[in-house]
Unconditional design. Sequence first.
Length: 241
Amino acid sequence: MEQVLITGASSGIGEQLAIDYAEQGCQVYACGQSQQRLASLSERGSNIHPVRFDVTNIDDVTQALASLPQVPKLIILNAGTCEYIEHGEIDVALFKRVFDVNLYGLLNCIQALQHSFDADTQLVIIGSTASYIPLPRAEAYGASKAAVAYIANTLAIDLAKKGVKVTLVSPGFVKTPLTDKNDFAMPMLVTTQYASAAIRKGIAAGKAEIHFPLKFSLFLKTIALLPTRFQLAVVKRMTGK
């Protein structure tokens, strides 16, 4: 039976991935911070095994992942959060909260798991299309996901000698409890079911990059090709800023 480890599995994309992989017959290690949500998730199938830890606490991460019978060869590092700044006013505490989860939480998990990486390992890292271009109020979130994308792409180079496959996933807007808090229009919003299907299909195909929905992600990638001043002008026009 194939095994998969998923962080951020207590809600959103991670939860849907856990459910879908379990339905495919995989043994799923569903990782998250909420014991209650993980317990509820585990009721969806006998092959979903909850693993509770806080990704921002390296000791917690190391201890929890060391307790696994073995490290799955498919690892999906999905845990993330989002907060926005207002009027361009920097709030260092806010940045730290976002980076602690999105960047350092990711690194904590990689550090705890990397001893097991080999030629059968597929490391999947969830980024965001927000890293493609500058977006208003997204200074903390976008910067953290830009760092995540850089790390994923450099690891793809450095881990290649071990045969490790690294995949960067960059979703657009996905309807989750996190995006439910957004107070602005979210073009081409997709469901977690859509996101899970796109991610699982890309992983099965061994893709180095997965991004969706395609029209939205390609549109942002095109804007990113423009000189910076034109990028800023287009974003201001699109967002009414």
